[in-house]
Write a protein that binds this ligand. Structure first.
Ligand SMILES: [Zn+2]
Length: 409
């Protein structure tokens, strides 16, 4: 019998997928959760002088947080070093939201994913280069659909195909581009994930395109998406307020959205700095629609502004439609399921991987920003990850979340 390397003692252990919410001790041996008990006897034969006891009293102990959409390809304009989106933010598993394309993935994978302390996966962008332009320039770009599907199939850490439904994509590739992307994902056997929300500005100016022409092209692509997305496909930035938004005051997409949700299309809030609109979210809530998944879309510029980390992104939803447990579920078990991780990721149980996040849950009245230059709204909790374990290896976090103090009650 191996000795415990660590005991996480006396924390509130919350694992929504197991229906577990209780004060417990967790014993870690190597890379595995060896014991979960109300209290591990300090005379237990598995405890010796090398066992480190971590006092988690008053803290929240959850399965390691899974960020389904962030950017950790630092050679690219938005990307952060993988440590920042991962262990330094308390995330034990993370998925890059399409920074690399088929032509840049091998480099991204060898230089960053394989060296990341957190477990890392990636969506690759439909655009072969990846996200190396502020918005991808789709003018005169063609995609080898069969080669892309084959490439995804051959790389197990690629979890799906990603598109950004920008004005540029809609104008140059249009509904044919949407159909091709869904088809590539289908052939690869992985989900298709799509970023909603764009401006009418084209990256490569095309004099023939008026603003209203571009807006029409975006709307046509949005409708095509809602009609063709399949079970398990993911809509990122589901509550964007930009052009391409699916929750609008006139309800013009309501029927198509309901049909897509009925088929099993997943909504990810992926809040980001510019793609979460509180009014759009309220419109969705009025219709009884809530996110299936909550990710951060953390990029370089988000570390100190609006987003901060996944913990702050999650806090925006606590008691704004979702309980703490429902929010944790959407950033642990649900994203692990969405990318078909069947190795125990997103749950806490004996003999499962020792991927664990320890957070402080502050209470008060916190004022959140939905997006840059947007609206503010309040919530009663702020989740601050303090420490995490990846396969039993401990890391202190550095990015503790929103710095604004709580407003007095
Ligand atoms: Zn993103």
């Amino acid at each position: 019998m191996d000795n415990f390397n660590y005991i996480i003692a006396g924390g509130r252990v919350l694992d929504p997928a197991s229906g577990l919410d209780a004060v417990m001790d967790i014993g870690i041996c190597g890379d595995t959760v060896a014991c979960m008990a109300d209290s591990i006897d300090r005379e237990d034969v598995r405890i010796d002088e090398s066992t480190k006891i971590i006092d988690a009293s008053g803290a929240l102990v959850t399965p390691g947080l899974v960020d389904l959409h962030c950017h950790f390809f630092p050679d690219e304009y938005y990307g952060l070093p993988p440590e920042d989106t991962g262990v330094l933010s308390g995330c034990t598993t993370m998925v890059d939201g399409g920074s690399a394309g088929m032509l840049t993935y091998e480099y991204f994978s060898s230089q960053y994913m394989e060296k990341s302390p957190s477990k890392s996966y990636a969506f690759i962008l439909h655009h072969p280069i990846g996200q190396f332009f502020q918005e991808e320039n789709w003018k005169n770009v063609s995609v080898n659909a069969d080669a892309t599907a084959d490439f995804i199939r051959r790389h197990p850490r690629i979890v799906g195909l990603k598109d950004k439904l920008t004005s540029d994509f809609a104008w140059y590739q249009g509904v044919e581009g949407v159909r091709r992307a869904v088809d590539i994902a289908h052939k690869s056997g992985k989900p298709y994930a799509v970023h909603l929300g764009t401006s009418t500005r084209l990256v490569a100016p095309d004099e023939k395109a008026s603003e209203s022409d571009v807006a029409d092209a975006v709307r046509a692509c949005t409708l095509e998406l809602l009609a063709t997305l399949r079970k398990g496909d993911i809509i990122f930035h589901a509550f964007t307020g930009k052009l391409g938004a699916i929750f609008t005051a006139d309800g013009s997409y309501d029927e198509a959205v309901r049909a897509a949700l009925k088929r099993g299309v997943l909504l990810d809030a992926s809040v980001g700095r510019a793609n979460f609109d509180i009014e759009s979210y309220r419109l969705a809530r009025q219709k009884g629609i809530l996110p299936d998944l909550i990710s951060s879309d953390l990029v370089q510029f988000g570390l100190t502004d609006v987003v901060f980390n996944l913990g702050t992104a999650l806090s925006k939803f606590i008691d704004n439609g979702l309980t703490l447990s429902e929010v944790i579920h959407r950033a642990t078990f649900m994203p692990a399921q969405a990318i078909s991780l069947d190795d125990g990721t997103g749950r806490l149980r004996e003999n499962g991987p020792a991927d664990i996040t320890i957070s402080h849950l502050e209470t008060g009245e916190f004022i959140f920003q939905d997006k840059m230059n947007g609206h503010t709204f309040s919530g009663p909790c702020l989740l601050r990850p303090k420490m995490c374990f990846v396969d039993g290896k401990p890391y202190e976090t550095k990015h503790h979340g929103m710095s604004a103090p709580a407003a007095p009650r």
